[in-house]
Design a protein around this ligand. Structure first.
Ligand SMILES: Nc1nc2c(ncn2[C@@H]2O[C@H](COP(=O)(O)OP(=O)(O)OP(=O)(O)O)[C@@H](O)[C@H]2O)c(=O)[nH]1
Ligand SMILES: [Mg+2]
Length: 232
């Protein structure tokens, strides 16, 4: 009977950060970290500025507390653009207005705060993005916050800066009296070009969601159930 029970866990992953920091590319690589060089180049060169929500899913079986859990990451990637640049372009706020009713956006499992190490302004903007997530009540006791220093192939990320930003994030969390531990604020250095940090980031998100995501139990494997019924 135990064999027929499957454990599931699912959670939303929301990357936030300015335009051109790598939210779309990073998300596409995290869901498919073993991709070929050809596909990597295609993603790097062909990913265009986002004007809409991009939704990506990826599942993997994770062993947690000696139990296999089929864990699904649900990525909801928004445009970083907040100012309207033309009549036809849609902004982050316009897209979000539309999707605000999504149940997955009520509680976010993993919040990625992404900046481009070569662009100081994208680091400064993280305060605005974090405030935004706080106002929306996205962060709760089971949210993992990861500060992502992206494009490290172009410039190294500064450890002092990373620690300072993590402390600032925790300061905001405390000001809002949220039940989030300091250990729930992590950081990672990534390069999409060199595929550095991608596997680790995927693992961090998967393991977190396997343990702290929305858990469920599937009743029976349909195939096995069919076999069993035939025998009876
Ligand atoms: N050198 C380098 N370029 C990167 C890296 N990650 C992403 N890029 C490039 O940065 C550009 C922007 O990446 P996107 O993923 O489209 O950025 P975004 O944050 O989704 O941007 P918006 O959709 O405008 O919000 C693309 O040309 C990517 O190929 C990286 O690690 N290193
Ligand atoms: Mg994008």
């Amino acid at each position: 009977m135990t064999d027929e029970i499957k454990h599931y866990a699912t959670g939303s992953v929301i990357p936030l950060g300015d335009g051109f920091t790598g939210k779309s590319v990073l998300s596409r690589l995290i869901i498919d970290p073993k991709l070929s060089d050809e596909k990597l180049n295609h993603i790097l060169l062909r990913t265009r500025k986002s004007y809409n929500i991009e939704i990506e899913f990826s599942s993997e079986e994770i062993i947690t507390e000696d139990q296999p859990v089929i864990t699904t990451l649900q990525f909801y990637v928004f445009p970083g653009q907040r100012q309207k640049i033309s009549e036809k372009s849609t902004t982050f706020d316009e897209i979000l207005d539309f999707f605000d009713c999504f149940p997955v956006l009520l509680k976010v499992s993993v919040l990625l705060l992404i900046y481009d190490v070569t662009k100081e302004t994208t680091l400064q903007s993280l305060e605005m993005w974090l405030r935004f997530a706080l106002v929306k009540d996205w962060i709760y006791k089971d949210t993992l916050i990861i500060l992502v220093s992206n494009k490290t192939d172009l410039e190294p990320a500064n450890d002092d800066t990373i620690n300072l930003v993590k402390d600032t994030i925790y300061g905001y969390i405390q000001d809002h009296e949220l039940p989030v531990e300091k250990e729930q604020i992590k950081s990672i250095k990534t390069s999409c070009v060199r595929m550095e940090g991608i596997e680790e980031l995927r693992k961090m998100a998967l393991e977190w969601i396997a343990e702290r995501g929305i858990r469920g139990v599937g009743i029976r494997d349909i195939e096995n159930l069919g076999e069993k019924e035939k025998k009876e």
